[in-house]
Write a protein that binds this ligand. Structure first.
Ligand code: ZN
Ligand code: ZN
Length: 215
């Protein structure tokens, strides 16, 4: 139940949330060199933890209010890929750059998926983790935002080489300095688009794609 009251405050609000993904079942796994590209069933646990109040015109953050809301879970289908420490070393991605590289690659790949699957970026979600408890490796997940899955992640899995190549090219070709809404920023990010490292993301995707089999 939502209680709504009309008001005209001088600020807007944005929710901050945490999302965790666990692998329930790996349906298919394909080696891409040392990387793995996987498709399967995942459980997504989503919790809104706070909201930010922002000034209407400038977007300046006025404050953050904590919320105590229950987590919600979604059982769905996802596509995910991993990289190894050796690949990160070869791609010159330092440990402190890794979260921003994974997060930027995740955002850009979600932004690119509507060109390959008939979906909107709001139909899919993503999570990137420097050390995932199920894969024990740095991992990026993209999942269907509907219970039971909707076929978008599966389509992503089957066109992964083209999808992720287009993702890398979109980031590399973007003329912004440190990331913008056309490349690595996402309007639906629960972390306020932080951290993001677009240059490390390009190197990360190049390392991943180097092992991709020809389609
Ligand atoms: Zn950009
Ligand atoms: Zn994000």
């Amino acid at each position: 139940m939502a209680l709504v009251e009309e008001a005209d405050p001088p600020y807007s609000t944005t929710a901050r949330d945490t999302t965790a993904v666990s692998v329930l079942d790996t349906t298919t796994e394909v080696p891409w060199g040392d990387s793995r590209l996987c498709f399967g069933s995942v459980e997504v646990t989503h919790q809104v933890v706070s909201f930010l109040r922002r000034k209407l015109i400038t977007g300046e953050v006025l404050g953050e209010s904590r919320l105590d809301l229950p987590p919600r879970t979604l059982r769905t289908r996802g596509v995910w890929w991993t990289v190894t420490e050796d690949q990160l070393d070869a791609a010159r991605i330092a440990p402190e750059q890794l979260p921003g590289a994974l997060h930027a690659a995740e955002h850009a790949s979600i932004g690119m998926l509507p060109l390959f699957a008939t979906c909107d970026r709001w139909d899919i979600g993503g999570v990137s983790v420097p050390l995932h408890p199920d894969t024990l490796l740095p991992t990026v997940f993209v999942y269907d935002g509907h219970h039971g899955g909707a076929g978008f992640a599966e389509r992503a899995f089957h066109t992964a080489r083209r999808w992720l190549t287009a993702t890398r090219e979109a980031i590399a070709a973007c003329e912004c300095e440190t990331g913008c809404p056309s490349c690595v920023q996402s309007p639906k990010c629960g972390n306020g688009n932080d951290p993001l490292d677009k240059y490390a993301a390009v190197r990360l995707l190049s390392a991943l794609l180097a092992g991709a089999p020809a389609e």
